[in-house]
Design a protein around this ligand. Structure first.
Ligand SMILES: Cc1cc2nc3c(=O)[nH]c(=O)nc-3n(C[C@H](O)[C@H](O)[C@H](O)COP(=O)(O)OP(=O)(O)OC[C@H]3O[C@@H](n4cnc5c(N)ncnc54)[C@H](O)[C@@H]3O)c2cc1C
Length: 323
């Protein structure tokens, strides 16, 4: 019986999300009085792998095999099953993002394991294993019991604080037998349509709504996003009007994101909008109506005219960056 965490790297680096998974799994393993190991698939330098040890994991299993160089849900599910079997893992922890959503059901079938998707709290009880997950766009919790021997948890982003708990790390080869792991399809080449950061990958998102008045006013929004290495987003009416592309629209009918920081500028904060962004760690609102509902959801707010505040914010950031 042990806990296995599947960590994801992006071009060889771990984002905060993977550290959240480790923090959660280490705490859970403590409660279960068992061990925890992290699995990393793909090329990640030793120094980067050791960063995971900052959050308390002592064993890191790596698989840098060529067959696993591209993410393929079927192949990865087979590989993770091998490692989970070898480790006798009774709990497998991964992110509740596109990758986790592709892997968890496949692993569930392979391992006859129940899945709890979008876990937001530590378990209520370990035996029986009962845990809360987010449901109804994060507006309610489902109390879920997992009766199987092996259990899979996908963790909702920003639900667990990072807990520094430095540990001496050993990095081992995961020992995956890749003989039966040839992906059925291989991506030959990716032609990017844009070099812009994907909204779902961004840790900082600068989003704007109808309060910006016209599409010509988006310059400072783009500039702010670029200064913060973030992505741009918008409310639905903005994309419906054709002011911004549809892939930027967040909310119930758009993208559901959980960045560390979400700027909501000239956005009223309708429930349908919040359904897509309420998982953000911090919401910073700029709105000229102090009664706007967005201020109830925001941790920080500025009441005022965005057309006056944005240029000053952009200037202040430029100065801070060049200092
Ligand atoms: C079934 C359904 C699904 C929906 N799905 C979505 C969805 O996925 N995503 C989504 O976003 N919406 C969705 N909506 C629409 C949603 O209900 C709201 O109408 C929408 O979110 C409002 O967008 P907004 O905040 O940009 O515009 P508004 O509601 O018009 O708000 C504009 C805000 O800007 C402020 N403002 C005005 N001028 C300034 C200024 N100079 N400086 C600063 N602030 C200013 C105003 O005070 C106001 O709060 C959905 C609606 C329905 C019925």
């Amino acid at each position: 019986m042990s806990v296995l965490v599947y960590t994801e790297n992006w071009d060889g680096s771990f984002k905060k999300l993977s550290c959240e998974l480790i923090s959660f799994a280490v705490k859970l393993a403590e409660e279960m009085q068992t061990d925890v190991a992290a699995l990393s698939i793909g090329n990640v330098e030793a120094e980067e792998l050791e960063k995971l040890g900052q959050y308390g994991v002592k064993r890191i299993l790596t698989a840098q095999n060529g067959e696993l160089s591209q993410f393929d849900p079927q192949t990865y599910a087979k590989a993770i099953t091998q490692v989970a079997d070898k480790e006798q893992a009774s709990l497998i922890v991964m992110a509740d993002n596109n990758t986790g959503k592709a892997l968890a059901p496949r692993l569930s079938v392979r391992m006859k394991a129940a899945v709890a998707s979008g876990v937001s709290h530590m378990p209520d009880t370990l035996s029986p294993f009962v845990i809360k997950t987010k449901t109804f766009s994060g507006n309610a919790f489902a109390v879920t019991e997992l009766p199987t021997d092996v259990k899979i948890l996908t963790i909702a982003q920003n639900s667990f604080d990072l807990k520094k708990n430095p540990a001496e790390v050993t990095v081992e080869d995961a020992g995956i037998d890749t003989s039966g792991l040839r992906p059925k399809a291989a991506v030959k080449e990716v032609e990017k349509q844009t070099d812009k950061l994907l909204l779902t990958d961004a840790e900082i998102v600068v989003s704007a709504g109808r309060g910006m008045k016209t599409p010509e006013n988006w310059g400072p929004i783009e500039e702010l996003a670029s200064l913060l290495n973030g992505a741009t987003a918008c409310s639905r009416p903005v994309s419906d009007e054709g002011w911004r592309p549809h892939e930027e629209h967040t909310g119930q009918t758009g993208k559901i994101i959980a960045p560390n920081v979400y700027f909501a500028i000239g956005i009223s904060g309708a429930t349908q909008h919040l359904a897509g962004v309420s998982g953000s760690k911090y919401i910073i609102a700029i709105n000229n109506d102090k009664e706007a509902p967005i201020f109830d959801a925001a941790q920080y707010g500025i009441v005022g005219d965005a057309s006056r505040i944005l240029p000053r914010l952009v200037d202040a950031l430029k100065k801070a960056k060049s200092a």
